[in-house]
Design a binder for this molecule. Structure first.
Ligand code: 6GU
Length: 270
């Protein structure tokens, strides 16, 4: 996969040389290029921003350096290749999820446009649609100063899904969010640590019971920490044992969806 990142702070992307992503680059699985937006300016001060039309606080990124940078990326793609996906990190984008990470990991070419200040002149996004499949994407409902940290997160989430990046592909299957639930808790040696014991079932050698326990823990954790995930969970084909566990956690299956059961007898009449 090829990835291009454009930023006014290319040094911010230095961590992409480390760990599994850095190794994937060395092995040629990931062909990653970071570009400095200022090299696409033409004025003496290498200006990338200006005041917003209509007034207001902050600065807006000027369109022309972005068009030059993005055109150079679009022009470099091989003859006959599909349009690259241009991801524009923004708190106003669609949510970045594991499902989107899987979708983007299927692409041959991704580009990331890291905005700073109040954002990039909107006409750049319109113009980019001629050359890219443009996707404004947000990590979540909070505000970062720029797209760089979001790109670190997204490139790691996408890059680790590429074949050969994560040593044991099975570790991708059982992790949080891969099946719409949070991951179960994990333990390692020693079996007793500071008077705390590992749950006995994990030492039992009974793999059926271990699987059932882990599944129960996934439901329990998800109910406690992320009830929104449980309500979006496809409960249509759940085995009887799972349904029973979910009922104990206070959820009923209604039309293939999990619904929290209203608290019983809330009104004591006094
Ligand atoms: Cl993707 N970018 C910025 N600038 N802020 C964010 C974000 C992205 N996701 C959440 N906040």
């Amino acid at each position: 996969m090829r990835i291009d990142v454009v930023s006014i702070f290319p040094e911010y992307l230095a961590p992409l040389e480390l760990s599994l992503i850095g190794k994937a680059r060395q092995e040629g699985i990931l062909d990653l290029h970071v570009h400095d937006l200022r090299t696409f300016t033409t004025d003496r001060h290498r200006t990338v921003d200006d005041t917003p039309y209509g007034g207001g606080a902050g600065m807006v990124m000027k369109p022309e350096p972005w068009a030059q940078a993005l055109a150079s990326i679009a022009d470099e793609r091989p003859e006959g290749a599909a349009r690259p996906v241009l991801i524009v990190p923004s708190p106003a984008g669609e949510r970045f999820t594991q499902a989107l990470a899987y979708e983007l990991a299927e692409q041959d070419h991704l580009a990331f446009a890291c905005g700073r200040y109040e954002g990039i002149d909107e006409r750049v996004l319109e113009w980019s649609r001629e050359h890219f499949d443009v996707r404004p994407v947000s990590l979540g409902d909070y505000v970062l100063n720029g797209g760089e940290v979001a790109v670190l997160a997204m490139v790691e989430a996408i890059g680790r899904l590429l074949p050969g990046v994560v040593g044991n592909p099975e570790s991708l299957v059982e992790e949080s969010h891969s099946d719409g639930l949070l991951e179960y808790p994990v333990y390692t040696k020693p079996s007793v640590w500071r008077e705390r014991e590992v749950p006995a079932v994990l030492l039992s050698g009974n793999h059926g019971r271990i699987s059932q326990w882990r599944r129960h823990e996934q439901f329990r954790r998800t109910a406690e920490r992320r009830p929104d995930l449980l309500e979006a969970f496809d409960a249509g084909k759940l085995p009887r044992a799972d349904r029973a566990e979910l009922q104990e956690l206070g959820y009923d299956v209604v039309d293939g969806r999990l619904r929290p059961r209203p608290a019983a007898g809330g009104d004591h009449g006094d």
